[in-house]
Design a protein around this ligand. Structure first.
Ligand code: PCA
Length: 213
């Protein structure tokens, strides 16, 4: 088995992105599966192109993209990606789409086909704060997740894929007193545990993971 894990580069004035920092540190083998790591730019379209090249070359069984969700207080496994880009800030090349579809011929939304509840449960059992998230936003992370799921639907029906958002690192919140953070070690462990669960569960488990609003 092969798992492709991607991480974004820094954006929005941050010096680091915990996503690529954590992805780089994940073990090279988890539960017998080879882990392939890829850095992707926080740039609309280019991030999807880079992912598509890697999918073509590596033919992974599972692909998990990872991004920073500054302000969230736990690791969130995303349920759904929507076919729209609405950038609150420009990407790393200055492009700021407003209400643009990602793929003209794509569905309005695609669900992750990873066992998201099992992944969250496995992290919680290891005392790592985790949740299911019902929105990946409308910036480059949702864009890449949508691109991944579009490729699964159109080209790689046997591949599993989805997205994990992670909090700021402690060093990023020194001058943001109201923002939560999580240590790099805990994020790395969380991602490894989540990957292990994704490899183990072919069907998701029934477990509460919803929210009222
Ligand atoms: N987080 C951003 C884009 C890159 C990243 O790491 C997002 O949530 O869209």
């Amino acid at each position: 088995m092969k798992v492709l894990v991607t991480g974004f580069d820094p954006f929005g004035g941050e010096k680091v992105n915990p996503a690529i920092e954590a992805v780089k540190r994940i073990k090279d083998k988890i539960a017998g599966a080879d882990i392939v790591k890829l850095e992707v730019p926080t740039v609309f379209n280019k991030s999807i192109k880079k992912l598509e090249e890697a999918l073509e070359k590596e033919r992974p069984d599972i692909t998990i993209c990872v991004g920073q969700a500054g302000g969230r207080n736990r690791i969130s496994v995303e349920r759904v990606a929507i076919n729209i880009s609405d950038g609150r800030i420009p990407d790393n090349e200055g492009y700021q789409p407003i209400d643009e579809p990602i793929f003209e011929d794509g569905d309005a939304a695609y669900f992750s086909n990873l066992p998201i509840k099992a992944m969250v449960k496995a992290m919680k059992e290891q005392n790592i704060p985790a949740e299911v998230s019902n929105t990946a936003g409308t910036y480059v992370c949702n864009h890449l997740m949508y691109g991944l799921l579009y490729n699964i639907h159109k080209k790689y029906p046997h591949m599993k894929g989805g997205f994990i958002h992670i909090p700021f690192l402690p060093e990023q919140v020194i001058d943001k007193p109201d923002r939560p953070s999580m240590s790099l070690d805990l994020i790395v462990k969380g991602l490894e545990v989540a990957i292990e669960a994704a490899l183990k569960y072919h069907e998701d488990i029934k477990e509460i993971g919803g929210e009222i609003h």
